[in-house]
Design a protein around this ligand. Sequence first.
Ligand code: TYM
Length: 340
Amino acid sequence: MRIFSGIQPTGDKHLGNWSGGFRQYAATQEQGDAFFCIVDLHSITVEYDTEELRERTLDLAAMLFATGLDTERSTVFIQSHVPAHPEAAWLLASVASFGELRRMTQFKDKADRQEFVSAGLFSYPVLQAADILLYQADGVPVGEDQRQHIELARNIAERFNARYGDTLALPEMIAPSEGGRIMDLQEPERKMSTTGGSPQGTVRLLDPPDVLRKKFKTAVTDSGSEVRRAPDKPGISNLIEILSAVTGDGMDAIETRYDGEGYGRFKEEVGEAVVGLLGPIQRRYEELRSDPRELQRLLARGAEKAREVSEPTLQTMLDRMGLVRSEVGRNFGAARPREL
Ligand code: TYM
């Protein structure tokens, strides 16, 4: 079983990313041959700071290892280190339609927040499809917000196969049974996000314990006093889901445990559970982040493996699409044309 997933380096990583992303990466690496990609080429599609992007890329590598990726089992690499990704994206851009890209809700949401809407932001899901399809991935661990993008990748693969012959595996989304969509603690009708959420309602993975406790203590709850999931109780439902994701306890069991209790103690205990989860992660993160050379060494090794594995698919795609093979071949070790 081949696993692939990607995560953006920009924006502070939060509890939603842990639940839909990091947690699932660590779990799925046990199921097969796993590739996890820091998608820096996706992050340049909206306004960003160049120096910050460089730092954030290494921050994210440290977080991926701190949350449990093991270099013996997983290949962790930076997207821009593997030129097959943008190359395959160009090929697939002719297999994706303008209409289907225009319907992507993430594009619409993000475009609404930008003054300058780049062509890169529009074709973003094609690059994501290339990421996945180049590795012939069977499973893609992600949160619910990526469902439409994974479906698009499947559609693109199916269309490619129908036009050019069976070449690309059709990926399946792997979503967690609970915690696939963690909501903002202050505005539980919107998903937790560092770009679109409220600062106080966004639980950052690097928040110190007192900040974490306060965020949970002040989380909005609903009228009533029962710890129970219900459509008119989005705040409490979200906290139950968070506690379930963090502890592994079922949501029904959590409701039973807090039967007859008020919101106060429940919120406090969710906060404590999150502090307990993140403490060891934060310590490992600081340790890993203090050695950037080691991180770069691990990422270089990851990129080498990723290039080896993705290249045959890219070559087959080029071939099936009728492009003449280069006699020169590809030399990845070549020096950059311009040393700045
Ligand atoms: P990104 O970087 O926004 O998010 C990384 C992962 O975190 C999940 N996630 C959440 N899960 C639950 N609740 C939330 N509130 C929440 N917010 C974020 C996301 O679902 C994701 O799994 N387009 C992708 C990156 C990407 C990718 C790929 C993913 C690029 N190529 C190939 C999979 C396969 C993105 O921006 O994720």
